[in-house]
Every structure is written in C-alpha cells, then in structure tokens.
Ligand binder design. Structure first.
Ligand code: ZN
Length: 223
C-alpha cells in the first residue's frame, strides 16, 4: 500500500491499481498539491463536512477524474447536487463495493452540519485501512478491529478538536493494526502535538509499528 500524506487528515492511498483520496483538504496550508495536480482518482471519501476535510476539493477531484464520491447520505446527496456523477450515499454500518474495493461507513464522535461525522474502513485485495475521521476515543473501535482485520490505522493525535496522544495510544490498542500513522496535529497552534511521544508509547507496547509521516511524504507501507 503506497500512502501519501497530504497534511492534516488528508491522504491518498494507492493499492491494487486504485487511487483513493480520504479527506483531501488540498487547499489546506500543509497540502503539497492542489486539485490541479491530481490526474487520477478512483474513490474520494469524505468523513464529514468541516472545511478542513476537503469536501469542496473532493467534489472537484471527482468531476475531473470521474472518481466515485462516498460519504454519509446527506453529504453525498449534496455532492450529487453539486454535480458529481458517481455517488454512494452510505449510512452508518453500511458497505458498498466499488471496483473491488469495499468501503464501510462507521460512526465517529465529533460534530458536522450535514448528516453525522463518520470514519471509513476500506478493504482492498492487499489489505484493509481504517480512517476514523475526526473523533474522540470510543470502545467500539475494538469491535472494528475484531470484525474487519485492520492492517493500517490512521489516528488523530492533536487533541482540542479530536483525541490526543493518550487516547490515540488506547485507540491503537483497541483497533490492533499492523501499522499506525498519526494525523491531525500541528496544522494549527491549537493542535500542536509531538508524534515522537505517540511513537514511543505505541512502540513500548510492541504490537503495532508506527510510521510518522511529513506532509508531502510518500511511503510504501508494508502490511
Ligand atoms: Zn471536524
């Protein structure tokens, strides 16, 4: 799985011949690319409608590439209204298969204007990743780990709007992935965090490998 960190909570994942964008806030201050730089995309997943999660950019990416937009019902309906052709209007607990990729929508504990905030569990032939969106810690993450056999977990660590390091370490323990990538920190002063602290605490438990990524960095994640 080839993962590019686009800053904040934004990632593009390339695997099994597919390119997937999650929360592509390409207008954000830490994104290394703009929508104009995107040449291919198969799926755009948006966890909720806060501006720092890239709804507007996802709509543009879908329009220029023909990618499929997946989000909670109310947000996906808006994407349709905004001119996206291929849209899936999921709701919590539901899944859809798009070209061999299974996308499951799960709950997140946060806020939003349209629908409710969500996370995504995405199963590709080569592995499964879980992007929880913006959220606090919740114990059902353990169920997700049991049910979906998650290889790669993206976890917010910046506190203030989302969980902090202490909770993110626990979330990682509950999900039990092979690899975890910290996100949603240092974009603004309010969410400053030291990912090395997270690295140390998770590494001390000895179960999950931590990959700290810098915005713009691409890594081949071995799952
Ligand atoms: Zn948010």
């Amino acid at each position: 799985m080839q993962v590019t960190y686009l800053g904040h909570a934004s990632f593009s994942i390339k695997s099994d011949g597919k390119t997937i964008f999650v929360d592509p806030w390409l207008n954000g201050p830490t994104s290394p690319i703009k929508v104009g730089d995107v040449t291919e995309a198969d799926l755009c997943l948006v966890t909720h409608d806060h501006g720092d999660h890239g709804y507007a950019e996802a709509v543009e990416i879908c329009k220029k590439t023909g990618a499929t937009f997946v989000a909670i019902n109310e947000l996906a309906l808006k994407a349709k209204e905004d001119g996206v052709e291929n849209v899936h209007t999921l709701n919590i607990g539901g899944s859809v298969e798009v070209g061999g990729v299974t996308v499951t929508l799960v709950q997140a504990f946060h806020s939003s204007t349209l629908g409710t905030p969500t996370g995504f569990i995405v199963k590709l032939p080569s592995g499964t990743f879980y992007h929880p969106g913006d959220t606090g810690l919740f114990y059902d993450m353990k169920l997700f780990g049991e049910l979906y056999d998650i290889d790669l977990f993206f976890v917010p660590i910046g506190s203030y709007y989302v969980m902090g390091i202490k909770e993110a370490v626990k979330a990682t323990e509950l999900v039990g992935p092979k690899v975890v990538i910290p996100m949603h920190f240092d974009t603004f002063p309010a969410i400053a965090a030291n990912p090395k602290q997270f690295y140390q605490k998770v590494t001390d438990k000895g179960k999950t490998k931590v990959e700290i990524m810098k915005p713009g960095e691409t890594k081949e994640i071995d799952i």
